[in-house]
Design a protein around this ligand. Structure first.
Ligand code: BEZ
Length: 236
């Protein structure tokens, strides 16, 4: 395998999440088997003891309960060792105050990946960005262990965690209600029904009083916010 193949092989949407066993700050994990039945966000960060990553971990840890209510567990990774991880997480809890967050304890697992075994499997090393640090990759993995969405950010750009939460809710809403979600969708906004597959369906849709069809291929319908949130959050 040449360097390109080694670093550029990455799983795609719809693939089974690559399997691995790893040491983490919360003990050993067997991924994704240990997370069967839960949604998981597996995410990488470039390095411990760096400012953007610190702001991200504090934000994610503060939102952990919100993600848990949406049936979603968090698993982090960087190409650092376990003792570095432990020292960094202790420093965050003991010393860092940022945007009203303080004494933040990171209780989700943080994988040590000095061998880059996991980072390579998930295409988290992008050599033209950095050969020894993982970029800010985010994999959304469903309860069956299938990758459902992927977002990548460069080293310099901290992630928007409200967006990651929106993705988790939107993916589950699509599964539960058989709909798609338009740009910037939030629970309570109208949702999109799949494209008409025949001339007859197109005509029916245009005449359906419960739909709002801008054109035969672009029809929306109401989906109650409480129904969406109750359905997703009650599953816990
Ligand atoms: C940071 O998290 O602050 C960071 C890490 C690697 C490169 C640039 C910034």
């Amino acid at each position: 395998m040449n360097q390109d193949q080694e670093f550029f092989s990455m799983p795609r949407i719809g693939d089974a999440a690559p399997e691995f066993k790893a040491v983490t700050t919360q003990g050993d994990i067997n991924f994704p088997a240990d997370y069967k039945g839960d949604w998981v966000i597996l995410f990488s960060h470039p390095a411990d003891f760096t400012p953007v990553c610190t702001s991200e971990f504090m934000t994610f840890a503060t939102m952990q309960d919100q993600f848990a209510e949406a049936n979603c567990k968090l698993v982090g990774l960087s190409i650092d060792g376990l003792y570095s991880h432990i020292a960094w997480l202790r420093s965050i809890k003991e010393k860092i105050e940022y945007k009203g967050m303080k004494e933040v304890e990171v209780t989700f697992p943080l994988i040590e990946d000095i061998s880059m075994n996991v980072a390579k499997k998930y295409g988290m090393i992008q050599p033209n960005e950095d050969t020894t640090k993982a970029v800010r990759a985010v994999f959304f993995i469903d309860p069956k262990g299938i990758i459902r969405a992927i977002i990548y950010y460069p080293l310099s750009l901290g992630r928007n965690f409200d967006e990651l939460y929106r993705v988790i809710i939107a993916l589950q809403a699509a599964d539960e209600f058989g709909i798609a979600t338009p740009a910037d969708w939030q629970p309570g906004d109208d949702v999109i029904i799949g494209p008409a597959g025949s001339c007859g369906t197109a005509k029916d849709r245009m005449e359906d009083q419960e739909l709002d069809c801008k054109e035969w291929y672009f029809c929306t319908k109401k989906l109650d916010k409480d129904l969406v949130l109750d359905t997703i959050l009650k599953k816990k």
